[in-house]
Write a protein that binds this ligand. Structure first.
Ligand code: CP
Length: 319
């Protein structure tokens, strides 16, 4: 982004990836999210900022946190929200993603939030539509708002991401959350390790500037933040590791292995969790866990992204 564009504020039509954002843009989203967070603690959790704007969520994959928090975020900013459930839409009659989106565009929404199993689907819609497009997770590629809420949570707890050591543990190969967080944390000055069995770590991932570990204790040693990823039961068992019991034994986060982390380290998980597989309940619910704070911050981050894409700029009175 040029100096002039930065001084003017946000300039992007869409939010498609963390890879495309500059450090300054990430900082701008996180600062805006910080200023919105307080709204959710009020008795009346609503401001008129996006009155008259229309936000559509279009999810081709299941979601609890992302879809709900986009809807809550839009409603807290007074936007009109419409949630399209693919299973009860004309998608089941064979309508393509592009035709679906073009028909939605004909109703003049301002923002479409898309989750899709195909990497690059949000980029395709962004090129075709006048509305802003937000990537809410595309295949194995990226989940930018998840990484933004993760960065917000760590920044809140540690003051800055600069110089921190993040260890991401588990299925790196199939994780859009891992990819977005690698790009984001690296841009913000953190060191990043990926930890998991060889079958779940993509070859060549070192080119993203991460260190690779296949031993859990070594991988999380000295880490300030440890992020466990979901084992995708529906896809992985048998093909990538012998059994869930084996996986839990070698790569599950338990109180015992967490002794290796730095003092006051944070435990994160994007959800949904497989308790007893990638994380034990006493770790998930323990003192270092910020898992539910991640979810809380998800609303603030999505308010910030909706606000910026709808035309807001930093420095204005947000509420
Ligand atoms: N973290 C996350 O994307 O959760 P959902 O699949 O529930 O949205």
């Amino acid at each position: 982004m040029s100096e002039v564009a930065w001084q003017k504020g946000w300039w992007r039509k869409d939010l498609l990836s963390i890879k495309e954002l500059s450090r300054e843009e990430i900082q701008m989203i996180l600062d805006t999210a910080d200023s919105f967070k307080e709204i959710s603690t009020r008795d009346i959790k609503k401001v008129p900022t996006l009155r008259g704007k229309t936000v559509i969520t279009l999810f081709y994959e299941p979601s609890t946190r992302t879809r709900t928090s986009f809807e809550i975020a839009a409603k807290r900013l007074s936007a009109d929200t419409i949630n399209i459930s693919v299973s009860t839409s004309s998608v089941v009659k064979g309508e393509t993603l592009l035709d679906t989106a073009l028909n939605l565009q004909a109703m003049e929404p301002d923002i479409i939030v898309l989750r899709h199993s195909a990497a690059g689907a949000p980029d395709m819609l962004a090129r075709a539509l006048k509305a802003s497009v937000i990537n809410a997770g595309d295949g194995f590629r990226e989940h930018p708002t998840q990484a933004l809420l993760d960065m917000m949570t760590v920044r809140e707890k540690k003051g800055s991401l600069e110089g921190l050591l993040l260890a991401i543990v588990g299925d790196i190969a199939h994780s859009r959350v891992a990819r977005s967080n690698i790009y984001g944390f690296k841009k913000m000055g953190a060191r990043v390790r990926v930890v998991g069995p060889g079958t779940l770590i993509p070859r060549g991932i070192e080119s993203l500037g991460v260190e690779v570990f296949h031993d859990l204790r070594e991988g999380i040693r000295g880490a300030d933040v440890v992020m466990a990823l979901r084992i995708q039961r529906e896809r992985l068992e048998g093909a990538f590791f012998p059994s869930e019991r084996e996986y839990a034994r070698f790569f599950g986060l338990s109180l015992d292995v967490l002794r290796e982390m730095a003092p006051n380290a944070l435990i994160m998980h994007p959800g949904p969790m497989n308790r007893g597989v990638e994380i034990t309940p006493d770790v998930a619910d323990g003192p270092g866990s910020v898992i539910l704070e991640q979810v809380t911050n998800g609303v603030a981050v999505r308010m910030a992204v909706l606000y910026l894409l709808a035309g807001g700029t930093r420095g204005e009175d947000l509420h």
